[in-house]
Design a protein around this ligand. Structure first.
Ligand code: C2E
Ligand code: MG
Ligand code: MG
Length: 577
């Protein structure tokens, strides 16, 4: 290019064009028929590493593309990955053979698509692999199972549904980072000893699917699962914590328990549910009796949803009594469900399910609404000073959204300081926002805080020191036969003195006998108790049937359980005895 004129352009124009080519943002190279580079602009020099950024740039792919495009005599588009240490650069290049001044040349234009490529890869990975554990996703295991099902005379295989026990508890107690780390460690232990033809997949939060294929017999699968479960019982050391986790497993076999992935998965799930209810931490194979159980459970679910919709809930009230004066100082609202047949059900049969189905928040609002509706009768019966306790599940207590709406609803009653909320100790020690952020809102309203069922949860006695509550209710399991159990007496003394130091009122729950009462009165300073000895939970509408009670009578409103009301709820007439 020494001529002053080239293709009719002046030297100045030529220099101008060269400059433009040099500075183009796309990489541009021109090669001759031997693959030698005749022209390389700045972007191409950087892309190929011949600008000095790499010690020995590998130009062989470029030469090979040149050879191919020239021999084909037409444009070729290639995707070229250039590795520079750990970094990867992806170029999309169009190679175009041209004839210029009698020479065969190849013009190549490259754009850098690294970012787009990384994004595509990430999308691919997240569609098919779980980000946390790196395990294949549900889609992949389903595809794999469908492949096995499609084979003629398909071989037997097993599908196991695994669910970590109390994972929510672990998450709440130790925090999400530990929960995540536990899932990673668990998946490693689960994945050990698998064959290439087996597949482990994480399908959601704490749920895994394991496909074992091929299998010889049910016994072989049972033995394998047993050893896997045993491996999981050893503690996990995460951060500074020693975490114990067990897993419940339900297994279905192909073709015995289903001929489609969905049926096999569902049946494995049903078997897993049975294990959860039978004490967790082991494995069971599906059988048809479980299917009937699952159907029955679905019926309960349906009727619970319907009951909420139709507001078929009511409250029974149980009094809190001053054991020194026999005065009623407060009442606790205990929810009851009127089922489809009109039979009254205690919360044991539906509270956990309501919580699982996400219906519990609505239920708590219904309880409050019933209290507000009946407040005149409550005042008439128990006195206008009696505190009113409402139970809040630990799951709700850790949910700021619900607790805000509940605090608002309590404030809207116009008498928020009459209320106490009863929460189990787990809610206080969980690493969520309950104690630090949610409680202050309730305190501001004058709502009292009570620790329910103390002594059976996860926390230790020393955890009490960090809890700010007004009242502590000692679980019935410590109170039953307390006069005959020196160990429980010791525990009671310890709780009592600690609570006194922390300024919390102590209530003994589930007091049933005169002997228990006599022990509390004589050997402890405990002032308050709740239990069948004084009164069973009663319905207000039963009270409506009797004449209003005078204030002296109210002070003595305690009833001894009779044979007649031992099984049912105390009736108003019994209550006034
Ligand atoms: P809790 O809050 O500890 O309530 C005390 C439970 O013990 C009540 O059972 C009560 O009927 C029973 N009880 C009281 N005195 C005695 C006694 O002397 N002996 C015996 N054996 N039992 C006694 P209930 O009503 O079946 O409630 C069970 C649990 O259900 C409650 O335990 C509470 O945790 C939960 N619950 C009740 N209502 C609600 C509610 O509205 N929301 C929520 N989240 N949970 C509720
Ligand atoms: Mg309670
Ligand atoms: Mg309790």
């Amino acid at each position: 290019m020494n001529d002053n004129k080239y293709f009719g352009a002046s030297e100045a124009e030529l220099g101008f064009l060269k400059e433009i080519v040099r500075m183009l943002p796309a990489g541009l190279t021109v090669q001759d028929a031997h693959g030698e580079l005749l022209l390389v602009n700045d972007a191409a020099a950087a892309q190929l590493g011949i600008d000095g950024s790499r010690p020995s740039p590998d130009l062989s792919p470029r030469r090979e593309a040149c050879r191919q495009a020239l021999s084909a005599g037409q444009p070729v588009v290639t995707e070229e990955a250039i590795h520079n240490g750990a970094a990867r650069q992806v170029l999309l290049t169009t190679h175009r053979p041209v004839r210029l001044a009698g020479r065969e040349l190849l013009i190549s234009a490259s754009s850098d698509i690294t970012e787009q490529k990384n994004f595509e890869d990430q999308l691919f990975r997240s569609a098919y692999f779980d980000e946390l554990t790196g395990l294949p996703s549900r889609r992949v295991i389903e595809h794999h199972a469908n492949g096995l099902l499609a084979r003629d005379g398909g071989e037997r295989f097993a599908l196991a549904f695994l669910d970590v026990d109390n994972f929510k508890h672990i998450n709440d107690y130790y925090g999400h980072a530990v929960g995540d780390a536990l899932l990673v460690e668990l998946s490693k232990r689960l994945g050990r000893d698998l064959r290439d033809s087996d597949m482990l997949s994480r399908i959601s939060g704490d749920e895994f699917l394991l496909l074992l294929s091929p299998i010889q017999s049910q016994e072989e699968v049972a033995e394998f699962m047993q050893s896997t479960l045993e491996r999981l019982t050893a503690p996990f050391f995460i951060d500074t914590s020693e975490v114990f986790a067990s897993t419940s497993v339900g297994i279905s076999l192909y073709p015995d328990h289903g001929r489609s992935f969905e049926t096999l998965r569902q049946n494995a799930d049903i078997a897993m549910y049975r294990i959860k209810n039978d004490g967790k931490g082991s494995a069971a194979f599906f059988d048809s009796s479980m299917e009937r159980e699952a159907l029955a459970r679905m019926k309960v679910e349906q009727s619970l949803r319907l009951a909420i919709l139709e507001k078929r809930f009511c409250c029974a009230f149980q009094s809190k009594v001053d054991i020194r004066t026999q005065a009623v100082t407060g009442i606790e609202a205990l929810v009851r469900l009127r089922d489809d047949e009109g039979v009254i059900q205690a919360p044991g049969s539906f509270i956990n399910l309501a919580s699982e189905l996400g219906l519990i928040d609505e239920l708590t609002h219904l309880v409050l609404a019933e209290i507000v509706k009946s407040i005149d009768l409550i005042n008439e019966t128990f006195g206008a000073e009696a505190t009113i306790s409402i139970n809040v599940a630990a799951k709700q207590a850790g949910n700021p959204e619900f607790m805000r709406s509940f605090a608002q609803a309590l404030d809207d009653t116009g008498f928020p300081s009459r209320f106490m909320i009863e929460v189990t100790e787990d809610a206080f020690v969980a690493k969520n926002h309950f104690q630090a952020e949610i409680l202050p809102t309730f305190r501001k309203l004058g709502v009292g805080i009570s620790i329910d069922d103390f002594g059976i949860g996860y926390s230790s006695l020393s955890a009490l020191a960090d809890i700010t509550a007004d009242e502590i209710k000692i679980d019935r399991s410590f109170i039953t036969d307390i006069h005959k159990r020196p160990r429980s007496q010791g525990i009671l003394r310890a709780i009592e003195s600690l609570s006194e130091a922390l300024g919390m009122t102590v209530i003994a729950e589930g007091l049933e006998s005169y002997e228990e009462l006599a022990y509390l009165q004589a050997a402890t300073k405990i002032r308050y108790a709740q239990g069948y000895y004084f009164s069973r939970p009663i319905f207000l509408e039963e009270l409506k049937l009797v004449t209003p009670i005078s204030s002296e009578a109210r002070v003595n409103m305690v009833s001894r359980p009779t044979q007649q009301n031992r099984q049912g709820y105390s009736r108003a007439s019994g209550y006034r005895r």
